[in-house]
Design a protein around this ligand. Structure first.
Ligand SMILES: N[C@@H](CCC(=O)N[C@@H](CS)C(=O)NCC(=O)O)C(=O)O
Length: 234
C-alpha cells in the first residue's frame, strides 16, 4: 500500500488509522508548496490534485475520511467501525459533520489568510468563517460532556477524524472555551499510535524528518520521533 501525503496535511487522518491498525504502508511525501500535487504524475493517481490518496493494489481511494473508513473496514477486523447499524449511522453523522461543518470554515480561514494569492484574499472571510466554526463547535462541545468518544464506549473512525480536525481548530485558537473538546484532543493524541499534531507535523517538515518517522504504534519505534525536538513542536 502507498499513502501519498504527510503531516501536517489531512493525510494525518488515514495515517492515524494505519498506525492504530499497524498496517504496512509506504508514506510518499508530495510537495504541495512546489505544486507537485498539480503535476501530471500525481494527477494520474489522483485527478483531484489533492492529498491524500491511497493506492492499495488496484484500488485507488482519495478523500482522507473515505480512506480512513476504507482502512478500518478492509483491515480493522471489526475495530473502529461500530457493528450496530444505528451507531454506524452516528459515526457517519459525525464524520460528515466534521468535514463539512468544522473543517470547511477552517479551510476558508486558511485560504483567505495565507493560501490564496494576496490579491484574491477577502478580508471579511476569516472572521465570518471563525464565527461559523464556533457555531458548530458549540453542539460538539455539548455532545462530548461526560463522553470519552463520539459514539459508544470505544473509538471509531469518527474519533480519529475529530481529533485531527479539532487540533486544527485549536491551532486557530478556537478551542479555548471548549474544555470537553480540548480534553478529547489531548486524550486522543496521548494514544501510543497517535500521529504528530499539526504543530509537530510542521516542525518535522521544516526539519526534513523523513516520512517513515511518522509511523507510530505496535511495530514502530515511537521513541525515535519523540527523541528529537519535533515531538513537542520545537
Ligand atoms: N477533502 C479533501 C481535501 C484534501 C486537501 O485539500 N488537501 C490539501 C492538503 S491538506 C491539498 O491537497 N491542498 C492542495 C490544494 O488544495 O491545491 C480530503 O479530506 O482529502
Amino acid at each position: 500500500m502507498k499513502l501519498y501525503g504527510i503531516p501536517p496535511t489531512r493525510a494525518v487522518r488515514p495515517l492515524w488509522l494505519l498506525n492504530e491498525l499497524d498496517l504496512a504502508c509506504e508514506i510518499v511525501p508530495i510537495d504541495i508548496s512546489n505544486g507537485e500535487h498539480l503535476a501530471p504524475p500525481f494527477l494520474a493517481i489522483n485527478p483531484f490534485g489533492k492529498v491524500s490518496v491511497l493506492v492499495d493494489g488496484d484500488l485507488v481511494v482519495a478523500e482522507s475520511a473515505a480512506i480512513s473508513l476504507y482502512l478500518a473496514e478492509r483491515y480493522g477486523g471489526g475495530r473502529f467501525i461500530p457493528g450496530d447499524v444505528a451507531e454506524r449511522a452516528f459515526m457517519h453523522q459525525w464524520i460528515f459533520f466534521l468535514v463539512t461543518e468544522i473543517e470547511q470554515p477552517l479551510w476558508r480561514i486558511a485560504l483567505h489568510a495565507f493560501i490564496y494569492p494576496e490579491h484574491e484574499r477577502l478580508a471579511d472571510e476569516p472572521p465570518l468563517a471563525r464565527r461559523d466554526c464556533r457555531r458548530m463547535l458549540a453542539p460538539l462541545e455539548q455532545h462530548m460532556e461526560g463522553r470519552a468518544f463520539l459514539v459508544g464506549a470505544s473509538p471509531t473512525v469518527a474519533d480519529f477524524i475529530a481529533a485531527f480536525t479539532l487540533d486544527w481548530a485549536s491551532e486557530e485558537d478556537l478551542l479555548g472555551d471548549h474544555p470537553n473538546l480540548l480534553g478529547f484532543v489531548e486524550r486522543m493524541y496521548a494514544r501510543p499510535a497517535a500521529p504528530p499534531t499539526i504543530k509537530e507535523g510542521f516542525a518535522a517538515l521544516q526539519a526534513g524528518i523523513s516520512a517513515d518517522r511518522f509511523r507510530f504504534g505496535a511495530g514502530h519505534d515511537r521513541k525515535a520521533p519523540q527523541a528529537d525536538a519535533t515531538r513537542h513542536g520545537a
